[in-house]
Design a protein around this ligand. Structure first.
Ligand SMILES: [Zn+2]
Length: 343
């Protein structure tokens, strides 16, 4: 056995697996050197004494060469893995994107803030309503022409046979049913607002969609008049548009109020001078309102001789469109980040 050749062989191995095979070739269970070492014990003592030291030296040298080569190969492996994991600390970082509040939620939050500062409590109601809460209790009986103003999505009942009258399910067309639900379980005096999604079965365009958001308000007490309403709503609009907006009421028909009116606000865009936003009139319609109809109070068991109240409904989308000068309601629901990132 030429130790020089063996060392050369060991040094030529370029990975640990090959190196291990080379080691086994000489010193494995059936390795050539190992076999010779094992055979020593069968030799006559003199021969054994003469041969043993030479074989032991060979074994030590092979072991040492393998250990040295293994160390070298491991170092190389670590170095190359470090190279591939190298981090350029001068490279620009990956920007973490922060989410933010949707413009509609922003406006809704601000409205809640103003009304709670005026002593209104925030209440909630379901988006799936019964025909009774959405229509009948609000003085819109079956076959009343006013129902045509609020075409909606009806939900297929599970069992048509056992249906009680006017318990058909629908997607609420306005937030007004929450008034009924609240008054059924609470006594006057009360001051509440509620807001959320409402639905209409209609073709969508720049100013109409099948869903939009409403904020509803109700105040009931012994001597509530239109003057109270005007004061509350004036404060609200001033707070919302951070300026000296003026309000005026214009008669209008809504089945659940008497008298009913539309609230007009002086155009915040042009300071009531006239611009395209307000169709050059200086005024914008921002909500429907009125004094609660006696039939609504009767539906919830209130004594109509004892209490009075006002109610109003504001389209949150429309207010947001005015506030941010957005010309298409559908942009709110499109999920287009190019649009949403502007707010
Ligand atoms: Zn204007």
């Amino acid at each position: 056995m030429d130790i020089g050749e063996i060392k050369k062989e060991i040094l030529s191995k370029s990975n640990l697996k090959e190196l291990d095979a080379a080691h086994k070739k000489y010193l494995g269970k059936n390795g050539s050197l190992n076999v010779e070492l094992k055979a020593l014990k069968d030799l006559p003592p003199d021969e054994r004494k003469a041969k043993a030291p030479e074989l032991q030296r060979l074994k030590r040298e092979i072991d040492a060469a393998v250990v040295e080569r293994a160390g070298y190969l491991k170092r190389k492996e670590i170095e190359s893995s470090l190279e591939s994991e190298i981090i350029d600390i001068t490279a620009p970082g990956v920007k973490i994107e922060m989410g933010h509040i949707h413009p509609l939620t922003k406006v809704q939050d601000r409205m809640n803030e103003i009304f709670t500062s005026l002593g209104f409590e925030i209440v909630e109601g379901p988006e799936v309503e019964t025909e009774w809460y959405n229509f009948d209790a609000l003085n819109i009986p079956e076959d009343h022409p006013a129902r045509d103003m609020w075409d909606t999505f009806w939900l297929a009942p599970e069992n048509r046979e056992s249906e009680t009258k006017n318990q058909n399910l629908l997607l609420r067309t306005h937030t007004s049913p929450v008034q009924i639900r609240y008054m059924e379980t609470h006594h006057s005096p009360l001051r509440i607002i509620t807001s959320g999604r409402v639905f209409r079965h209609e073709a969508s365009d720049a100013s109409h969609d099948i869903q939009f958001h409403q904020l509803e308000g109700l105040m009931v007490d012994k001597n509530i008049t239109v003057a109270n309403f005007k004061a509350v709503i004036g404060e609200f609009l001033k707070g919302l548009f951070a300026g000296k907006v003026q309000t005026r009421l214009r008669p209008a028909y809504f089945p659940f109020v008497e008298p009913g009116f539309e609230v007009m606000m002086s155009c915040a865009n042009c300071d009531a001078k006239g611009c395209p936003v307000c169709s050059k009139t200086g005024w914008l319609e921002v909500m429907g309102a009125g004094m609660v109809h006696p039939n609504v109070f009767k539906a919830v068991g209130y004594d109509v001789n004892e209490v009075q109240g006002f109610a109003f409904g504001i389209g949150i989308d429309r207010i947001a469109m005015m506030k941010y000068k957005i010309d298409d309601i559908r942009l709110f629901y499109g999920g287009d980040l190019k649009f949403l990132r502007q707010f």
